[in-house]
Design a protein around this ligand. Structure first.
Ligand code: SF4
Length: 313
């Protein structure tokens, strides 16, 4: 079966996943990959599955979801490998469009230097682009690319794509301790994002065991610093740190609502004050959550911030 779900996704609502690549066929062998080691490393596009089979699987899953009265907000290419390696990607998107559901693709961006890949992706409605590093050395260290790939060409391809794409572009940057978490690298990524102007930039940490032993997520202080640096360049920045919190859903449960917001971005002390005031609650709630290890106080440029304790550590 090449389709699964729909599954709830913070970024996409209810997303029906499409697996258009055999397991772990990828252009990268990222140190943090949560799917295990890359089994087939390749940078050449290939034909994997028959388009009719893939479309048939998606239609079947949609029928099942409909029978259960489950809405589907996105059809999402999120395979166990790199989706743009599929030479039929453009054709598949085109065949899915008449279903009338927006199409998302989560890519590691490595093949965006290719005009045919940019052309295929241009048909989608929502794209997530991986941007883990700007420095060649760090890129090699963290994403461990296929030897034929060139970072400068990829970054150029990403910019070209972004400037002509009419849908929504998000980026995803996985922060790894001791690799891409220096002030300098984060600023370089932020400067690139400023040129790219994505609709939203996500900062992620590994939340499941990574491919390479010893790979560590950054700590709260570093992710908070990255958030502040990115926020100087991009209008909307959020975390992906393993909690499906929502900054917008208020359930009336003060603790959960506070944790929900703090799992999406750090809250300034003033913002917490305002929130507590509206909820007729006191700072005792915050102190309790800190004591229970659910909330962490961080500092940036002399200001106090509160964020969700990271699960990946
Ligand atoms: S790009 Fe994705 S699938 Fe490929 S190695 Fe990296 S994390 Fe794993």
């Amino acid at each position: 079966m090449k389709a699964f779900g729909p599954v709830p996704s913070r970024r996409l609502g209810r997303s029906l996943g499409i697996n258009n690549i055999p397991p772990k066929v990828c252009t990268y062998a990222c140190v943090y990959c949560q799917l295990g080691r890359t089994l087939t490393m390749q940078a050449k596009r290939d034909y994997f599955y028959e388009t009719d089979d893939l479309i048939g699987d998606v239609e079947q899953k949609l029928r099942q979801a409909k029978a259960r009265n489950e809405p589907v907000n996105y059809l999402t290419f999120v395979p166990d490998g790199e989706p743009t390696l599929d030479a039929r990607l453009g054709e598949e998107i085109e065949r899915l469009q008449p279903l009338g559901i927006d199409i998302a693709v989560i890519t590691n961006s490595s093949l965006l230097y290719r005009q045919d890949v940019r052309h295929d992706l241009a048909r989608a409605n929502w794209i997530s682009l991986k941007i883990d590093a700007i420095s060649e050395t760090i890129w090699h260290q963290i994403d461990r690319p296929h030897k034929s790939l060139q970072l400068a060409e990829i970054l150029q391809g990403i910019l070209e794509f972004a400037h002509s794409f009419h849908g929504e572009i998000t980026t995803e940057t996985m922060l790894i301790q001791g690799m891409n978490d220096s002030h300098e690298e984060i600023e370089d990524i932020a400067n690139f994002l400023e040129r790219l102007q994505p609709d939203r930039a996500y900062l992620a940490i590994p939340t499941r065991p990574p491919a390479k032993q010893g790979v560590q997520a950054v700590d709260e202080q570093s992710i908070s610093m990255a958030y502040h640096i990115f926020s100087q360049s991009v209008a909307s920045v959020e975390y992906l740190i393993g909690y499906e919190g929502s900054a917008f859903a208020f359930s009336g449960d003060v603790e959960n609502d506070l944790l929900g917001i703090a799992s999406v971005h750090p809250m300034r002390a003033e913002g917490v004050d305002e929130f507590l005031c509206k909820a007729s609650a006191s700072w005792d709630v915050v102190r309790k959550l800190i004591d229970e290890g659910k909330l962490v106080e961080t500092e940036y440029l002399g200001n106090r911030f509160y964020m969700r304790k990271l699960s990946g550590r």
